[in-house]
Design a protein around this ligand. Structure first.
Ligand code: SF4
Ligand code: SF4
Length: 251
């Protein structure tokens, strides 16, 4: 049937042919609308997730969850997190869905690219009536994705910056690692970066980087927390961030 908006004056709406006795009227094609709600329905009803209790355990045991463990386990699926989430507004990502799937240990989280749309603004955490933090859950699930390899492509562009952080106790100058970004910032910025040490010396600001004892402390933290191993895995220098005892590595 033509669209009413495109019909010209004087045109009549075509009448569909009446099926003859014994004929079956053709069924109209059913089109399923796609969107966040379709995704929720698919996740909730049409495909039971494979569940891995280790995912729940790793989230609960992570130190970053120390203020949010009760909230994580008592999420009421109110959706307040999603209603204020800037990432959910423009993508298929849903913090409420993430909270539910994480609590269920849904394995599909380990390969879900949508969690990388979160940019850690913490709006969800500040608004959650139960004290849950999807922002932190995302950080942990991302770590698990990096650990098993599915998320490495999301972070490998930062590997050089992280290596500089380990070597010097702070990240290096962006133009040494992200040439595209420095081009966007312009020639004047590039020139100031090239003269950075000279300008600092003139202003009496001292060394750009922390002293060796501070660097050693930073390195200890990065080693104890598994950061160095994870970095090696991302750069292809190591087999896995957590070795063979990880349930995620054994998948
Ligand atoms: S706001 Fe909190 S309680 Fe509500 S759905 Fe999100 S995580 Fe769950
Ligand atoms: S921290 Fe992430 S999940 Fe939470 S509101 Fe911000 S973008 Fe959304």
């Amino acid at each position: 049937m033509p669209d009413d908006m495109t019909m010209k004056a004087g045109e009549r709406t075509p009448v569909p042919a009446t099926p003859q006795t014994g004929e079956t009227a053709p069924r109209p094609a059913v089109t399923t609308p796609r969107g966040p709600h379709t995704l929720i329905a698919e996740n909730s009803f049409t495909s039971a997730p494979r569940r891995d209790p280790e995912i729940v355990r790793r989230i609960l045991e992570d130190p970053r969850m120390h203020d949010h463990r009760d909230g994580f386990q008592s999420c009421i699926q109110c959706g307040i997190c999603t209603s204020g989430c800037p990432a959910a507004r423009f993508t298929e990502y849903s913090p409420r869905e993430t909270a539910r799937r994480a609590l269920e240990g849904d394995e599909s989280l380990l390969t879900d690219d949508a969690i990388w749309y979160c940019f850690s603004c913490y709006t969800c955490q500040s608004r959650c009536p139960r004290g849950n933090s999807v922002a932190v859950i995302n950080q942990i699930v991302r770590s698990l994705q990096v650990e098993i390899g599915s998320g490495r492509r999301h972070v490998e562009m930062f590997a050089q910056w992280c290596a500089a952080f380990y070597d010097k106790g702070m990240g290096g100058n962006p133009h040494l690692m992200f040439p595209g970004v420095s081009e966007a910032w312009g020639e004047q910025w590039l020139e100031s970066m090239d003269r950075l040490l000279e300008v600092r010396e003139k202003l009496g600001l001292g060394d750009l980087y922390p002293p060796r004892n501070v660097v050693a402390e930073v390195q200890t933290i990065m080693e104890e927390t598994g950061f160095k191993e994870r970095l090696a895995a991302v750069r292809g220098d190591g087999p896995s961030a957590h070795g063979g005892d990880s349930i995620l590595a054994s998948r």
